[in-house]
Design a protein around this ligand. Structure first.
Ligand code: 5RP
Length: 239
């Protein structure tokens, strides 16, 4: 490991390595997306090169490409049954395990893979743990058609729910909007403090034009939190 590596990267690496050790022969594993997950996929690739037999189901084109490059067998979500575990990063996670995800723009596939798995492990560095969700802008994936109209309806929901003056930003900007692997746009919503995440997630999903929202509610079963010294803390959200 390079001496110049940031302490956050060392923490991510510790969590990624510990998560790779969870994978056992024969498992079907959801492979998340983001920088921490790329470290995890590299660790997993090493184990596969040493004889581990498993199959991954990717949450993004970029993770899929990396897994294939490393010799990890990859299947399509449609071609497999229930996954043993989904392993993914998070942008924020609260003490109950509720998360904001989608900072990398992969929230739709990530949520589909997460909810197709028996369990979900969040692989994070300590900066992702928060007392309350919302400082990280909530990503909302919307269809391109009528996205401004959808944004107005999202604002209406926020106001009705007591979230006033929320900045809603088209990711990438209007000149060169970010486009997801499914061809949609993302609206980043600066809520600051999300008081009722479950109700907000349901409200967002009821707006026509919203494809998915970045609130992952009651999905995480555990978290592995990496520290810069290479140690990890494990948290369970069950029971
Ligand atoms: C991508 C995600 C990522 O898991 C999240 O953004 C964390 O990324 P990183 O590991 O790079 O901090 O939800 O859509």
């Amino acid at each position: 490991m390079s001496a110049e590596r940031s302490s956050q990267d060392r923490a991510k690496q510790a969590a990624a390595d510990a998560a790779a050790d969870l994978v056992q022969n024969g498992m079907l594993v959801g492979l998340g997306s983001g920088t921490t997950l790329r470290m995890f996929v590299r660790s997993l690739g090493l184990r596969v090169s040493q004889g581990l037999t498993m199959t991954g189901v990717s949450t993004s084109e970029s993770t899929r490409a990396l897994a294939i490059e490393l010799g990890i067998p990859v299947a399509d979500l449609d071609d497999v049954g229930e996954l043993d575990v989904a392993i993914d990063g998070a942008d924020e996670i609260d003490p109950a395990g509720q998360m904001i995800k989608g900072g990398g723009g992969n929230l739709l596939w990530e949520k589909m893979v997460a909810t197709a798995a028996k369990s979900f492990v969040a692989v994070i560095d300590g900066s992702k743990t928060v007392a309350q969700l919302g400082r990280f802008p909530l990503p909302v994936e919307v269809v391109r058609f009528g996205w401004r109209s959808t944004a107005r309806q999202i604002r209406g929901l926020f106001v009705e729910s007591g979230y006033l003056d929320v900045a809603i930003t088209l990711r990438g900007g209007e000149a060169a909007p970010f486009v997801t692997d499914s061809g949609h746009f993302i609206l980043d919503c600066q809520l600051d403090a999300i008081t009722h995440p479950e109700a907000l997630a349901i409200g967002l999903d009821s707006i026509a034009g919203v494809v998915e929202n970045g609130l992952f509610i009651n999905i995480a079963r555990s978290a592995i939190i990496g520290r810069p010294d290479g140690s990890v803390e494990r948290i369970s959200y069950e029971g």
